[in-house]
Ligand binder design. Structure first.
Ligand SMILES: [Zn+2]
Length: 67
């Protein structure tokens, strides 16, 4: 993937991914993402998405245990 749908250039950047769990917001830092330099659209690798999904699941379990 080299270009965004808008035609802008995409570069790899480390971004902060915000995970909202009710009143809590978990910020995952240094998430590698493809960011469009023109419109700011963010794309993630499948591998990264899987990792984020695993974190989401683990935070769900953590919340259930703590309640
Ligand atoms: Zn774009």
């Amino acid at each position: 993937m080299e270009k965004c749908f808008c035609g802008g250039k995409i570069e790899i950047q480390n971004v902060e991914y915000k995970l909202v769990r009710g009143k809590r917001t978990i910020i995952i830092k240094d998430v590698p993402a493809y960011v469009c330099q023109k419109c700011g659209a963010v794309y993630y690798d499948t591998e990264v998405l899987v990792r984020l999904l695993k974190i989401k699941i683990s935070t769900n379990i953590f919340q259930q245990n703590s309640l």
